[in-house]
Design a protein around this ligand. Structure first.
Ligand SMILES: [Mg+2]
Length: 275
């Protein structure tokens, strides 16, 4: 099992990729230790980037929310699954330009911002995220396009989302419906898959070996970080941790982000190796 915070010998940490909900805030409430830690890392010049499976918020939405908690960041420091889906179309299918989107306005914006045409007429790509106004007609258009050979991309695999009163279906549930109808499996960009982590890494420009992935969920954050080859840190401020033998364990477990020691904290000291 992972080391606990008191006994951790931190590897060199020169870049940080982090989840948001359950790590930096819980719903509308800031997690003070996390805001303090990111503020300290910002002052120390340690680059960081936030990654979120949520495709219904733009980076600007996240920037505003964090500013309200006293942490000032740039939009480029936020990578959403919507942004990653757009970048995946651009990098993997540069010849394709016509996209049909089932999703929130932020997903449409992400596609438009990189110059893609949004259309329901012979689309070459279908991108699906959480759409609270999904209809049978939208699903019919997506199914027809995919059966005609359109590339199928999903933002995130989350099946259930917590609400104030219980749960609602997540993007993964409706993506699964289209996959079942077409028998075509989508490329999913969100955690636990790696594309969003790779997008964040390229933004940071840091070395994989000295960049950590912080999250509160083993099935998504930690698996994505491990698959991308990063050292992973589970912070126990979010959902309770359940051991699942089929999942990779985090490299480190901390009670709070205060326990993480980045390289800038000990620049004058010789580097220690991870235990
Ligand atoms: Mg989380």
């Amino acid at each position: 099992m992972a080391s606990t915070s008191s006994s951790i010998h931190w590897p060199p940490i020169e870049g940080v990729i982090s989840d948001l909900d359950g790590v930096v805030y819980r719903g509308g409430t800031a997690i003070a230790d996390a805001i303090d830690a990111f503020t300290r890392w910002q002052k120390a010049g340690v680059p960081f980037c936030f990654v979120t499976n949520n495709s219904t918020h733009t980076p600007a939405d996240v920037v505003r929310k964090l500013a309200g908690f006293g942490l000032a960041i740039a939009p480029s420091q936020v990578v959403t699954s919507a942004i990653t889906a757009a970048e995946l179309v651009r990098s993997n299918y540069p010849q394709l330009t016509k996209v049909y989107v089932i999703g929130a306005p932020s997903l449409v914006t992400a596609m438009r911002d990189i110059g893609l045409e949004i259309t329901d007429r012979s689309p070459e790509v279908v991108v699906m995220g959480l759409d609270r106004d999904i209809t049978h007609e939208k699903m019919r258009i997506a199914v027809e396009a995919i059966l005609n050979g359109a590339v199928f991309i999903g933002t995130n695999p989350d099946l259930l989302l917590p609400t104030a009163s219980g749960f609602e279906p997540g993007a993964g549930a409706t993506i699964a419906a289209i996959a079942a109808a077409t028998q075509v499996q989508p490329s999913i960009v969100g955690k636990p898959h790696v594309p969003m982590i790779e997008t964040a890494l390229s933004r940071l420009g840091t070395n994989r070996a000295s960049t950590i992935m912080i999250g509160d969920q083993v099935p998504t954050d930690i698996q994505a970080g491990k698959k991308a080859g990063l050292a992973t840190v589970l912070v126990r401020t979010g959902v309770p941790m359940r051991r699942d033998p089929s999942l990779m364990d985090p490299d480190f477990v901390v009670a709070t982000l205060r326990d993480i020691e980045v390289s800038a904290d000990r620049a004058a000291r010789p580097q220690q190796r991870r235990a």
